[in-house]
Design a protein around this ligand. Structure first.
Ligand code: ATP
Ligand code: MG
Length: 647
C-alpha cells in the first residue's frame, strides 16, 4: 500500500496539562513502554496489584492453547466488585458515580453507595427469577441508569450480558438472542429519542415470537407506557420496580474465575454480519482499568463524558467498566445530540462542567455541519481532554475539534481499537505524545504493532498486525471457534493478530490508520486507503463528509467514486465538483481523479455511526445490497441508489 497524505502538522502536549499528567513526558512513556514489552508478564502483574482479587493468579499468561489465550489463570475476582464495592471503603463512597440526564431534561445522580444498593437489589431480583452464573442475559435498554445497573448486576452474579443497542430492529434482536441462547431479556417500556418514545418493549415482544430460550423479560418503566401502552405477558414479564422493591440491599459477588465469560458483544457490522465477540473477566478488567487511567489521565475530580451508547464496545469499556473501576464521576445522556437543538451536548458540558469528552468522528463531522454558532453559546472552559474513536478522523475534522471544542488547549486522544481488542490499542498518551491530526500515533503499553504485507514482510504502509496477546484480547466468537481462528489468526499462520485495517508508519514511527483493508482501492497500480482520499475532500471548506469507493475500471483497474456531503446551507454544483477535482490533482495527483462525484445529504452508516463503504460499492456497481441489518437509516441508501441511476 502507499500513502497519499501530506498532513504534517504536529501539536505538543500543553505544558499545563503535561505537568500534572500521570505520564508527563515522552521519556516517561518510552520507559514504561519498553518495560511492558521487555517483560509483559511482570508489567501486567504489577498493574494487576492495583485491583482487588479474591484469589491471586497462578500464572500471568498461559499461551499453551493459543490463540485461545488465558490471562491470570487461577485467579478469582469479580468485575462488579472492582467497579463498585471497593470504592465503598474510602472517600469515594458518597462520590457521584453517574450524573444522568434524560432527553426531556429530567436528571438523576447516583453515588457509588447508591449504585451498590441498586445493583445488589437488581442482582437479587435476577436471581429470584432464576438467572444463574453462566446464563446469557440480553439487555435492550435506552441510555438510562438502569442500563449500567443491569450490566453490573449481571457481572455481579456471573451472568453473561449481551447488550443490544436500543436502535436495533426486532429481527436483529432475535438473531442475537438465538445466536447466544439468552434466557432473560432486560428492556424498558420505552426510551426517548428526538422527542419521540421508542417502543422498546413492543420490539422485544416481536423479537421473541418463536424464540423458546427466553423465559423472563424484565421491564423498566421509563416512558410510563405512554404513548405506547405496553403489553404484559403474565409469567414471563416482570416490572423492574416491582421485582427489586423488596430485595435485600446486599448481594454477595460471585467469585469468578479469571477466564469466566463476562460478556458477549456483537460487532457493529460495518463489514458484514456481526460477530459475537467473547470477553472474559480478569484480563478485560485490567485492560479497561489501565487504559482508562492513562489514556484519559483520569483524576479524582474529573467529570468524564463518553458519548457512546453502552450498546457498543466503547460504552462497555469506557462508560461502565473502565471509568467505574477508576471511581470516576461521569455524565450519561439519554437522547440525541440535536434535541431540542444542535447545542445540546455543549449545554450538558457547560451544565456539569465536564472535563473529559470522548466522542466519534461521525459526531464531530455532524457538529461541523451544524455550524460553530451552537458552541459559541456555551462555556466549554471546563474541558481539559478530548477523545475520538470509531473511524479514522479526517485531519480537518481533528483541527476543528482542536480549535472549536478544545480551544487549542486540550490534548486529543485519537484511539484506535476494536470490539475485539477490549480497549485502546494505538493512541496518544495525552501528557506525553505530540499529536498529529488524523493519526492514532503510538501503541499502548504491552502492544506491539507491526505493518506487514500479505506475506508477512514488514513494510511502511500495509496491513496492521499485532504481535503478542494483551489482556483485553477477545477470547473467541461465540459458538464458532473456527471462524475465530480464520478471521483473526490465519492470515500470518497464527504469528500475529489480524485486525483487518490498513496502516502506515511515518518517519517519527507514528502509526496512521488508512481504513479497512476491504476498502483499499487500487488505481493504476496505486493501492490507497480510503481515509486519506476522503480527507482531501473534507479539506474543502464546504464539505462535511465524504466516502470514496473503488469500482472496476478497464484501464486503471479501479476507478474512484466519491460521495460527498456538504455543510448545511452551502452550494453543491459543478463548480464545487471542479474545485474538488483540482484539490485531488494538487494533493495526490491526476491519477486519483474520481470518475464521478455525487453529492448527497447523508451517507449510509451503521447504527454506531460508521460509514458503510461496502454498500456504496454495491450501489456504484449496481449490485444487490449486502447485509443491511445494521444500517441506521435505510432511506439514505434508497436516495443514493436513485441519484446514482439518474446521474
Ligand atoms: P464489523 O467488525 O462487524 O465490520 P466494526 O469493525 O465497525 O464492525 P467495531 O469493533 O465497532 O466494529 O469497530 C472497530 C473498527 O473501527 C476498527 O477495526 C477500525 O476500522 C475502526 N476504528 C476504530 N477506531 C478507530 C480510529 N481511532 N481510527 C481509525 N479507525 C478506527
Ligand atoms: Mg471489525
Amino acid at each position: 500500500m502507499e500513502s497519499v497524505s501530506h498532513e504534517n502538522r504536529k501539536f505538543e502536549p500543553h505544558p499545563d496539562f503535561a505537568k500534572d499528567a500521570y505520564i508527563g513526558s515522552p521519556e516517561a512513556y518510552r520507559e514504561l513502554y519498553e518495560k511492558s514489552i521487555a517483560d509483559p508478564e511482570a508489567f501486567w502483574a504489577e498493574a494487576a496489584e492495583e485491583l482487588d482479587w479474591f484469589k491471586k493468579w497462578d500464572k500471568v499468561l498461559d499461551e499453551s492453547e493459543a490463540p485461545f489465550f488465558k490471562w491470570f489463570p487461577g485467579a478469582k475476582t469479580n468485575l462488579c466488585y472492582n467497579c463498585v464495592d471497593r470504592h465503598l471503603k474510602g472517600p469515594n463512597r458518597n462520590k457521584a458515580a453517574l450524573i444522568w440526564e434524560g432527553e426531556p431534561g429530567d436528571t438523576r445522580v447516583l453515588t457509588y453507595q447508591d449504585v451498590h444498593r441498586e445493583v445488589c437489589k437488581f442482582a437479587n431480583g435476577l436471581k429470584q427469577i432464576g438467572v444463574k452464573k453462566g446464563d446469557r442475559v440480553a439487555i435492550y435498554l435506552p441510555m438510562i441508569p438502569e442500563l449500567t445497573l443491569a450490566v453490573l448486576a449481571c457481572a455481579r452474579i456471573g451472568a453473561v450480558h449481551t447488550v443490544i443497542f436500543a436502535g436495533f430492529s426486532a429481527e436483529s434482536i432475535r438473531d442475537r438472542i438465538n445466536d447466544c441462547g439468552a434466557t432473560c431479556v432486560i428492556t424498558a417500556d420505552g426510551g426517548w429519542r428526538r422527542e419521540r418514545v421508542l417502543s422498546l418493549k413492543n420490539t422485544v415482544d416481536e423479537a421473541l415470537e418463536g424464540v423458546d430460550s427466553v423465559s423472563n423479560v424484565v421491564v423498566v418503566k421509563r416512558a410510563h407506557g405512554d404513548p405506547f401502552p405496553c403489553h404484559y405477558k403474565e409469567g414471563r414479564d416482570h416490572w423492574y420496580h416491582r421485582l427489586v422493591q423488596d430485595q435485600p440491599i446486599d448481594c454477595p459477588c460471585e467469585e469468578m474465575d479469571a477466564e469466566d465469560m463476562l460478556f458477549l458483544l456483537y460487532t457493529s457490522g460495518t463489514t458484514g454480519k456481526p460477530k459475537g465477540i467473547i470477553h472474559t473477566t480478569a484480563g478485560y478488567m485490567l485492560y479497561t482499568y489501565l487504559t482508562t487511567k492513562y489514556i484519559f489521565d483520569l483524576k479524582p475530580d474529573d467529570v468524564f463524558w463518553c458519548t457512546a451508547d453502552v450498546g457498543w464496545i466503547t460504552g462497555h469499556s469506557y462508560i461502565v467498566y473502565g471509568p467505574m473501576q477508576n471511581a470516576a464521576t461521569q455524565i450519561m445522556y439519554e437522547g440525541a445530540p440535536n434535541t431540542p437543538d444542535e447545542g445540546r451536548f455543549w449545554e450538558i458540558v457547560e451544565k456539569y462542567r465536564a472535563t473529559i469528552f470522548y466522542t466519534a468522528p461521525t459526531a464531530i463531522r455532524a457538529f461541523m455541519k451544524w455550524g460553530d454558532k451552537w458552541l459559541e453559546k456555551h462555556d466549554l472552559s471546563s474541558l481539559r481532554l478530548l477523545g475520538t474513536v470509531g473511524e479514522p478522523i479526517n485531519p480537518e475534522a481533528w483541527i476543528w475539534y482542536h480549535k472549536q471544542v478544545g480551544a487549542e488547549r486540550c490534548p486529543i486522544v485519537d484511539t484506535w481499537w476494536q470490539t475485539e481488542t477490549g480497549g485502546h490499542m494505538l493512541t496518544p498518551i495525552p501528557g506525553a505524545t505530540a499529536t498529529k491530526p488524523g493519526c492514532a500515533t503510538v501503541p499502548f503499553f504491552g502492544i506491539e504493532p507491526a505493518i506487514l504485507t500479505d506475506e508477512g514482510e514488514e513494510v511502511d504502509a500495509g496491513i496492521l498486525a499485532i504481535k503478542k496477546p494483551w489482556p483485553g484480547i477477545l477470547r473467541g466468537i461465540y459458538g464458532d471457534p473456527e471462524r475465530f481462528k480464520d478471521t483473526y489468526w490465519c492470515k500470518w499462520d497464527g504469528k500475529y493478530y489480524f485486525p483487518g485495517d490498513g496502516a502506515r508508519r511515518d518517519k517519527d514511527g507514528y502509526i496512521w490508520i488508512l481504513g479497512r483493508v476491504d476498502d483499499v482501492v487500487n488505481v493504476s497500480g496505486h493501492r490507497i486507503g480510503t481515509a486519506e482520499l476522503e480527507s482531501v475532500f473534507v479539506e474543502h471548506k464546504d464539505v462535511a463528509e465524504s466516502a470514496v469507493v473503488g469500482v472496476p475500471h478497464e484501464i486503471k483497474g479501479q476507478g474512484l467514486i466519491a460521495f460527498v456531503t456538504v455543510i448545511q446551507g452551502r452550494e453543491h454544483d459543478d463548480h464545487l465538483r471542479k474545485e474538488l477535482v483540482e484539490m485531488i490533482d494538487k494533493s495526490i495527483g491526476k491519477f486519483a481523479r474520481p470518475e464521478r462525484i455525487l453529492f448527497s445529504s447523508d451517507l449510509p452508516k451503521t447504527r454506531s455511526g460508521k460509514i458503510m463503504r461496502r454498500l456504496l460499492r454495491d450501489i456504484a456497481e449496481g449490485k444487490e445490497l449486502g447485509n443491511t441489518t445494521t444500517l441506521a437509516d435505510p432511506s439514505v441508501v434508497e436516495e443514493l441508489q436513485r441519484q446514482y441511476e439518474e446521474a
